[in-house]
Design a protein around this ligand. Structure first.
Ligand SMILES: [Zn+2]
Length: 100
């Protein structure tokens, strides 16, 4: 997969999704977790843009993408993923990586 500026920027950062009881809190496992949603570019072979994504540790990434088993509903995990995106964007704007 092509590495973009924002996928690279995710490396070594703190997880912003923080699923309770799931998050491993290990920045070394952090990746940019894209949020797939109808009405945005997310069809076959398409990936959402890099601002539609949250910094996620490997455990939270598995949880929000439905690979890991959790006690949370699909909707709860979607909300946590979205909140993670807002936190990630807030940091990117504060650091000047993204203009607001
Ligand atoms: Zn996490």
């Amino acid at each position: 997969m092509k590495q973009t500026k924002l996928t690279k920027a995710a490396r070594g950062r703190d997880c912003q999704i923080r699923v309770p009881g799931v998050c491993n809190g290990n920045p070394e496992t952090t990746v940019l977790a894209h949020f797939r949603m109808a009405g945005t570019r997310c069809g076959t072979g398409l990936k959402p843009n890099d601002l539609q994504a949250a910094w996620a540790c490997s455990a939270c990434h598995d949880a929000v993408d439905g690979r890991g088993k959790t006690d949370f509903s699909h909707d709860e995990l979607r909300t946590m993923h979205l909140e993670g995106i807002v936190r990630t964007l807030d940091i990117l704007v504060a650091e000047g990586s993204v203009a607001a």
